[in-house]
Design a protein. Structure first.
Length: 466
């Protein structure tokens, strides 16, 4: 099969650019929105994040099965980009709407809108991810597609995170419900356009047909050892990102402060959460661009292990950075280094899922690409659910203050125990998660040699079927 055109790779990237603009805002700002803008308690917000994300994760395999068995003139997975895109944007806007209701009414609104948003996210993102398995039959080309995907994803994340606080201020104020609502309207419109571009510019080049029952697909999945190991490692990777990301808004508000500036070549600029996260997204893009040559040099498994080992070291060292002008620059440097490493990891994980899909097709004779890729989305959401809820519950347990009456009086000095909890959430906690991920993938059996053997056998089988 000839190499795919550049325009298709760019088009494929637009899809995750759209998804990531939403996902990063949900992961990094939604907990803060619920506790400090919308008006929920930390405990209620934590339960909300956990319950809705668990439902979302459980629904992923269902969407994978549905998309695996979809047959249209546009393919199996690609049509969902067109069908679901409008609902994706509308639900995002509703999620950041603060209705004038009682506390109980607002809690119900939050559950309904969050569940709707995550269900629609599943409806478009699971088929989108599965497209990687049918756009090319070359393992290295899949890594290239995955790199384009993640490069655009981090580009979109940078735009949304860097602009989020200025947008909310422009639209009414960072601490006002209206500011958050209108900022999301702007983001949602951009996301709709990008999903339509993704649908228009991509094609499905491989035709796979599942010849077994849904029950057999699930049985094969549960018997798939590489899948189990990869989903565990990927869950830890997403937990690492979510814990750090969800902590940043609190970390900057209560430890860094809101009036901190940095001087660069005589120019002074504000050091705020959006800048810190935005620098991370740009650095992620550098990591994505490095993924293909590094993984080709060392192999996917070895690269995964080396990256996580580096994340452990850097995360531990982050704890010891002081809150001084020099320390703030060091924080940015560490954010750059950590984000480059997570940028390498992101396309690597998606490419490894494509390899697991090929392994399943050869070993179990099942074309369950959608089901397998939905498991990656499931791991992402479980990691997000556990990470987001854990941040909120830990802060609550250590006495973090979110009482609207107290906050309305002006800046609040949080208890020292809560501030120490924030420091741990930015350092030791993610370090432990990265260490666990590294240990899990140590047992992953799909080495470079094994993948080459699988691809060779599959090409022979597919050529005989044509």
């Amino acid at each position: 099969m000839a190499k795919s055109k550049l325009i298709e790779k760019i088009g494929y990237g637009f899809g995750d650019m759209s998804s990531s603009m939403f996902w990063k805002i949900f992961s990094y700002y939604l907990p803060f929105f619920y506790s400090n803008i919308f008006g929920l308690s930390l405990v209620d917000a934590g339960v909300l994040v956990l319950v809705t994300r668990i439902w979302d994760a459980v629904s992923d395999p269902m969407m994978g099965v549905i998309s695996d068995r979809t047959q249209t003139r546009w393919g199996k997975y690609r049509p969902y980009l067109l069908w679901v895109a409008p609902f994706f944007s509308i639900c995002g806007i509703l999620l950041f709407t603060t209705p004038d209701l009682s506390y109980g009414g607002k809690l119900i609104w939050a559950y309904v809108t969050y569940i709707l948003m995550m269900t629609v996210y599943t409806g478009i993102n699971v088929p989108y991810g599965a497209m990687l398995g049918v756009m090319t039959d070359d393992s290295n080309e899949k890594t290239v597609f995955s790199s384009f995907r993640m490069f655009f994803a981090y580009g979109g994340s940078f735009i949304s995170l860097f602009l989020w606080e200025p947008l909310t201020n422009l639209m009414g104020g960072y601490n006002t419900p209206g500011g958050w609502f209108w900022a999301m309207v702007f983001i949602a419109a951009a996301c709709f356009v990008m999903f339509i571009l993704c649908f228009t510019l991509t094609r499905e080049h491989l035709k796979t047909v599942s010849t077994v029952s849904v029950g057999s697909d699930f049985k094969a999945l549960l018997s798939n050892k590489p899948w189990w190991l990869l989903i565990g490692a990927a869950l830890c990777f997403n937990l690492f990102n979510t814990v750090r990301g969800a902590t940043v808004a609190y970390f900057f508000q209560d430890i860094i402060g809101s009036n901190v500036s940095l001087v660069f070549f005589g120019l002074m600029f504000a050091f705020y959460a959006g800048l810190f996260l935005g620098v991370g997204e740009v650095s992620n893009m550098v990591g994505v661009a490095s993924c293909v040559p590094i993984s080709n040099r060392f192999g996917k498994k070895t690269t995964f292990i080396l990256v996580n080992a580096s994340l452990v070291v850097l995360s531990v060292l982050f704890y010891f950075i002081p809150c001084t002008p020099t320390g703030y620059w060091l924080m940015l440097v560490f954010q750059v280094l950590i984000s480059i490493l997570t940028g390498i990891m992101s396309p690597l994980v998606w490419s490894m899922y494509a390899d697991v899909s090929d392994y399943a097709e050869l070993e179990f004779k099942t074309a369950s690409t959608g089901l397998i890729f939905s498991s990656s989305s499931m791991a992402q959401k479980f990691g997000g659910a556990i990470g987001g809820a854990a941040v909120l519950w830990l802060l609550s347990g250590f006495g973090y203050v979110t009482d609207p009456v107290i906050l309305a009086r002006g800046p609040v000095v949080q208890p020292e125990a809560a501030l120490e909890c924030l420091r741990w959430l930015m350092s030791f906690v993610p370090a432990c998660v990265a260490l666990l991920s590294m240990c899990i993938v140590w047992f992953y059996p799909l080495t470079t040699e094994r993948i080459a053997e699988i691809n060779s056998k599959l090409k022979k089988i597919r050529s005989m079927e044509e």
